[in-house]
Design a protein around this ligand. Structure first.
Ligand code: C5P
Length: 329
């Protein structure tokens, strides 16, 4: 069983537990045929990025779990009863301490419904924060088990750093990466539904034609060697084609990033966020500036216009905190 790469702080403070949890990109997302349970076997490489949500958990009466969400895109987050962080806190309480409750406050930094595991990250943060708040001190195996019940990406967001995922994405093998890569992310104002993207994958690829998934050759070596050009060439996302089929303007954004000189490009997870790999931090800043200009219609050079109302972020990966960072207060 995978071990977290760092251990969060566990000091008690009266004003609750605060957890910062990064979003992720998938450097590879190789999809196998649809399984009888409706999921798809994956061979994926997750990496956390330096865009994070923050969650604060404070004591509430027994059985009560509430949530308040603020920050960019908070209005796009679903109703509290559907909130994955609420479900995570409830699952933890039901499993171990039914007499406990929590108020959760989430500040969004990860794009909502952007294919960057924002909801999963909040669930992971809720598990970790409530575990500390309620004094459980569960071993990481127990938290990872609950995480897998909540969603395919939740175990990775609990682990952070870089990891290979198999099964639905919940069977993790951490990968040590000492180099920092620099990415530009372009978000979309409207999210894409992950089940809809997988359904379109099935329509485009009848199950009998889909081979067992495998991580592309060269990807892990490029990561470990810190070679952005080799990594850019090895990136692969089998959900890009169905995501672009559902949202054709993503092809324009991807082309704009290539035009701006990115050494790699891809749709992040099930989209619609697009991710562009740069050679270094300076080039990432340049690519971001060009994409912002295009998005604002200010770039007069020939090439694709990026649809307006998009956010462009420069991020590092893996996030400098290799694991979700937790502290009290
Ligand atoms: O696990 P999670 O709740 O995030 O999955 C959302 C949906 O995405 C699933 O209901 C399924 O339709 C699809 N999915 C899949 N195969 C995976 C992960 C997700 O088909 N490995």
């Amino acid at each position: 069983m995978a071990e977290p790469l760092a251990t969060p702080s566990t000091q008690a403070r009266p004003d609750g537990v605060r957890v910062r949890v990064p979003g992720k990109i998938n450097l590879a997302l190789c999809v196998g045929p649809r399984r009888p349970d409706g999921f798809h076997d994956l061979a994926t490489v997750f990496q956390s990025v330096s865009l994070a949500d923050e969650l604060r958990a404070t004591e509430a009466p027994a059985g009560v779990v509430t949530v308040a969400v603020r920050g960019r895109g908070a209005d796009l987050v679903g109703a509290p009863e559907d909130n994955l962080a609420v479900r995570a806190a409830r699952l933890l309480a039901e499993t171990y301490v039914p007499r406990c409750g929590a108020h959760l406050e989430i500040t969004k930094g990860i794009p909502v419904a952007g294919g960057m595991a924002g909801g999963s990250a909040d669930a992971a943060a809720a598990l970790l924060a409530c575990d500390r708040l309620w004094g459980l001190g569960l071993p990481s195996e127990a938290l990872l088990e609950l995480a897998a019940l909540l969603g395919s990406d939740v175990p990775f967001t609990l682990l952070g750093g870089t990891a290979i995922g198999h099964g639905r994405g919940e069977r993790l093998t951490p990968v040590r990466v000492d180099h920092t890569f620099h990415w530009v992310l372009v978000t979309s104002p409207d999210g894409l539904s992950t089940p809809a993207v997988f359904r379109r994958f099935d329509e485009l690829h009848p199950p009998e034609t889909v081979p067992a998934p495998a991580v592309p050759e060269g990807l892990l070596a490029a990561l470990v060697e810190g070679d952005p050009v080799a990594l850019g060439a090895a990136l692969r996302n089998d959900l890009a084609e169905p995501a672009v089929a559902l949202r054709p303007e993503l092809a324009v954004i991807l082309a704009a990033g290539t035009e701006a000189g990115a050494v790699g490009r891809m749709v992040s997870g099930s989209g619609p966020t697009c991710a562009f790999l740069a050679r270094d931090a300076a080039q990432a800043a340049g690519i971001a500036a060009e994409l912002r200009d295009r998005s604002a219609g200010q770039d007069r050079r020939p090439g694709p216009d990026v649809h307006p109302a998009r956010d462009v972020y420069v991020v590092r990966a893996p996030a400098s905190v290799g694991f979700l960072h937790a502290g009290r207060g």
